[in-house]
Design a protein around this ligand. Sequence first.
Ligand SMILES: [Zn+2]
Length: 208
Amino acid sequence: MWKHERRIPLCPRLLGDASFLELLLEIDRETAAKVRAGRCPLCGGPLHVGHFCRKPRGFLGPVPAEFDLRFDFCCGWCRKRCLPPSIRFLGRRVYLGVVVTLATALHHGVTSWRARVLRRHLGMARVTLERWREWWQAQLPSSEFWNRVRGKLPPRLRVDRLPGSLLAVFTGILGQRLVALLRLLGPVTSGSCPAELFEGPVISRRGR
Ligand SMILES: [Zn+2]
């Protein structure tokens, strides 16, 4: 077990922290602006705004204005969509990426009291947690994306302890490590933008 893995607290407070949620939104805004400035990756055409609303779950406090807006663009020439990577939404899951990460990291077996507390706070089904764990520990490690980033990660990183083992790779307080992890996963959240448009986080050599 990574030494920091043990220290991941049950931290629903983070999910009600307006400044943390604002930070996630701001990072997504900046990424979207960068994607738009780069124009259409297929034909170089201008990108027009095609944002849409999501109904994310996992908040334990007030939701910042525009937090539910998924930034999206559409090319004015070839009409293809260009969906920027997102730090708030992990694919199509209705729960925030932060929740999908934290809840799975805390879920060590169906009897885990921490997972039970989190489920009670957020109203998610046990089967949902099991599905997320399956994604982290089986689907993600066998993906093309994982192949690409594997070389940047510590060789001893245990995929059977994901996402806790990955959180432990980053430095800082829990919020900072979550942000770094979700930035790394950015390309997973967008199949329609070139991965190089999204700069991953700098990974400390501490965990190597
Ligand atoms: Zn185009």
